[in-house]
Design a protein around this ligand. Structure first.
Ligand code: SF4
Length: 324
């Protein structure tokens, strides 16, 4: 069996604070194959963005990886020195964030930014790098690339800026792109265009994507597999089609029920009462128990493990011994 491109093994992330160590992400494991789009979905505070930042080595203090391993092509990357990790970020892992302006320098033309990135990681001459930059701009759908390459980020619309960021992420043919809420700040029609673009580019280049979002609709449209996160843990993980059509975990069931379905008449959309607990206030046992409609007595005492349930894995005490 071939080795997955990325392996996350028992990853934990904690914050050292004056009130002690707060565990933000706890013992999560998953794998991403070459060319796969792997979704991580959950509410704000679930730990999904921290997981993405840990993979690219951009966790900010006082956050730190407190346990587990991250392997890219079977080599550990979570313990690399800063400079080596910085090189790896440019060469093997690309990034696309919610706000394109966090990735673009407002003072430089987009051409300069693309060309510098290409030249930092390849032996291209200035002319070769410019040609590559133009090729990338055309590939991500920037019209009149020859003219726009000399423009500044503020001269682009939000959607076009995000296309430029995707071009920047693709500069050196990375093996993996981490896209954290890449479409959240965009209009719905532009969102769809950017997601289609990401999907097509990954298919063409064989690049894997970790797509982090709070929006299950985005995952359903784009990803191959998904991990649903709740309070720093994976609640359910499996093929997107299964998780969307036949969710097993009560939290995943609640998320799916809250998505409107075209053609289905509903007076109100379902909602999960309550909100995600803050890191310092996570309940004992299964962290979802105060909000769970199926909670049993044991749920506030015992932490559920991920168990096979149908074609997915779900962390729920109801599934012990193959029940229900
Ligand atoms: Fe609900 Fe209990 Fe399952 Fe948690 S373990 S999801 S509280 S039934």
């Amino acid at each position: 069996m071939s080795v997955p491109l990325l392996q996350i093994n028992n990853l934990s992330i904690e914050f050292n604070t004056r009130r002690g160590n707060l565990v933000a992400v706890e013992d999560i494991s998953f794998e991403v194959a070459e060319g796969e789009i792997f979704g991580i979905v959950g509410e704000s505070g679930a730990g999904k963005s921290l997981t993405g930042k840990a993979i690219i080595g951009l966790l900010e203090a006082p956050g730190r990886i407190s346990g587990g391993k991250i392997l890219l092509n079977n080599e550990r990357i979570d313990n690399l020195p800063y400079e080596q990790m910085r090189r790896l970020r440019g060469k093997s892992i690309g990034m696309v964030f919610q706000d394109p302006l966090t990735s673009l320098n407002p003072l430089y033309t987009i051409g300069r930014q693309l060309i510098e990135t290409i030249q930092t990681h390849t032996n291209h001459t200035a002319t070769q790098a410019k040609n590559r930059a133009l090729e990338l701009l055309r590939e991500v759908g920037i019209p009149a690339a020859e003219k726009r390459i000399d423009q500044f980020p503020h001269q682009f619309s939000g959607g076009m800026r995000q296309r430029v960021v995707i071009a920047l992420a693709l500069c050196v043919n990375p093996k993996l792109i981490i896209a954290d809420e890449p479409t959240t700040a965009l209009d719905v029609s532009i969102q769809a265009q950017i997601l289609t673009l990401l999907k097509n580019l990954c298919r063409k280049h064989g690049t894997a994507v970790i797509l982090i979002t709070h929006d299950m609709g985005v995952i359903a449209e784009t990803a191959n597999r998904v991990a649903v996160m709740y309070a720093g843990k994976i609640a359910e993980i499996g093929p997107v089609r299964e998780v969307v059509q036949n969710p097993q975990h009560p939290y995943a069931q609640g998320l799916m029920a809250s998505i409107p379905v075209i053609g289905r008449k509903m007076k109100y959309l379902a909602q999960i009462d309550g909100s995600m607990p803050r890191i310092a206030e996570r309940p004992s046992g299964c962290a979802f128990h105060p909000r769970c409609p199926h909670a049993i007595e044991l749920c506030n005492k015992q932490i559920p493990e991920l168990l096979n349930k149908g074609k997915t894995k779900a962390a729920c005490l109801l599934f012990r011994n193959g029940n229900p």
